[in-house]
Design a protein. Structure first.
Length: 284
């Protein structure tokens, strides 16, 4: 079972490598190598010593003996292999991938929404993505959320997302607008993105430029939670730029000026043709 768990850890790290900063990648890799080394040491110390090893080795002239020796080792070698096979079983996460010039809603997800699902958005271009309760999602639950968000390779698009119960990791975003709430927010290798975020921790960016931040609009929240949310201070402007570790302000991000923010009635919550909306809302 330990071998299975370690194999799952290895795959999880491989899957997340694109979203992790270089320092975190090295830390996780070193920790995992230590665990693998301890597991190998544990195997060696608990492996039974065979009293018949010398007898098998002496019978070199018999082809069958080498076959027996090889087959006798197969059960042990299959343990980590079994772990790798199990770790590749598809998870319950949802995905939205490979769309262009479209208005996308909850019905566009890879499978029906459930409250305990991660969401992966990738390879999106010139789209509006609306995943909150709204006229375009008339059957959506008022408490729709996702446990985590992974975004990669999206361009020229607007994303209207709910408050997440976990973290958001965004990679390779170009010329976009995104509205969401999350416990943690990390953005990497992105440019010209307007971010409307509700967050209690500090947003983190790395290898980014032209990123602008503002608070998550109250109008996008469920009606019952708006009064409580109005009393909570967001850290949307307490941004940490890992590419600018200096006392001076980072040139890679700024606050969205009040007159440049999207108005409450300006968010594309009705299904519509993306072209005109994108022209109006995307950063210039």
């Amino acid at each position: 079972m330990l071998a299975v768990d370690v194999a799952k850890l290895r795959k999880a790290l491989t899957d997340a490598i694109a979203f992790l900063p270089g320092y975190d990648q090295r830390q996780c890799e070193n920790k995992l190598k230590d665990i693998e080394a301890q597991l190998e040491s544990l195997r060696a110390s608990t492996a039974p010593k065979s009293k018949f090893a010398f007898k098998r080795k002496a019978a070199k002239v018999s082809p069958s003996s080498s076959t027996v020796t090889s087959s006798s080792r197969e059960p042990n070698s299959s343990v980590p292999t079994q772990g790798l096979v199990q770790s590749t079983t598809p998870t319950s996460g949802l995905s939205l991938s490979g769309h262009s010039h479209a208005y996308l809603t909850l019905s566009s997800l890879s499978s029906p929404w459930s409250a305990a699902s991660d969401l992966t958005i990738s390879d999106i271009d010139h789209c509006i993505v609306n995943l909150i309760p709204s006229p375009a999602n008339p059957d959506a639950s008022a408490d729709v959320t996702f446990t985590a968000l992974h975004v990669r390779n999206v361009t020229n698009s607007v994303f209207v997302l709910p408050i997440l119960s976990g973290s958001a990791l965004l990679h390779d975003m170009k010329h976009c607008v995104i509205a969401l709430g999350s416990r943690q927010f990390r953005m990497h290798t992105s440019s010209n993105v307007d971010v409307y975020v509700s967050i209690a921790s500090n947003p983190i960016i790395e290898h980014c430029s032209g990123i602008r931040f503002s608070d998550y609009p109250l109008s996008l929240r469920p009606a019952l939670s708006r009064d409580a949310a109005a009393q909570i201070k967001s850290n949307c402007l307490a941004v940490q730029d890992f590419s600018h570790i200096r006392a001076s302000p980072s040139p890679n991000w700024s606050a969205i000026a009040e007159g440049q923010r999207i108005e409450d009635d300006g968010w594309p919550l009705l299904q519509s043709e993306p072209k005109e909306v994108l022209h109006r809302l995307l950063p210039s």
